[in-house]
Design a protein around this ligand. Sequence first.
Ligand code: CO
Length: 134
Amino acid sequence: MLGRVNHIAIAVPDLAMATASYRDTLGAKVSQAQALPEHGVTVVFVELENTKVELLEPLGEASPIAAFLEKNPAGGMHHICYEVNDILAARDQLSASGARVLGSGEPKIGAHGKPVLFLHPKDFFGTLIELEQV
Ligand code: CO
């Protein structure tokens, strides 16, 4: 079912500071910040040879990462995104095996313009999983 790691997302309390840290301390290639109001985050992409890291800062009142940052004020790994070929087939297979798909269970268009679903972290060892159809 799972293909490549598409990205690893890290929630951060201060995007400018996190960007500077990845760029200057870790020497990584980082993008400009992009506001994604429909997703409630501002994001910076850290471009690596084999994948990318997304630094996420809350945007707006109802940001989906606000509660996470309340519990993890210094920031932390928020989710890992795996690629799948057929997101509906993946969802059906996961649901049949008892894994919980978050929300309505219908894929939404994610930050990269592709269909995504999220899986409950309690079903996967404390890690929120995003599936993205590629
Ligand atoms: Co993501």
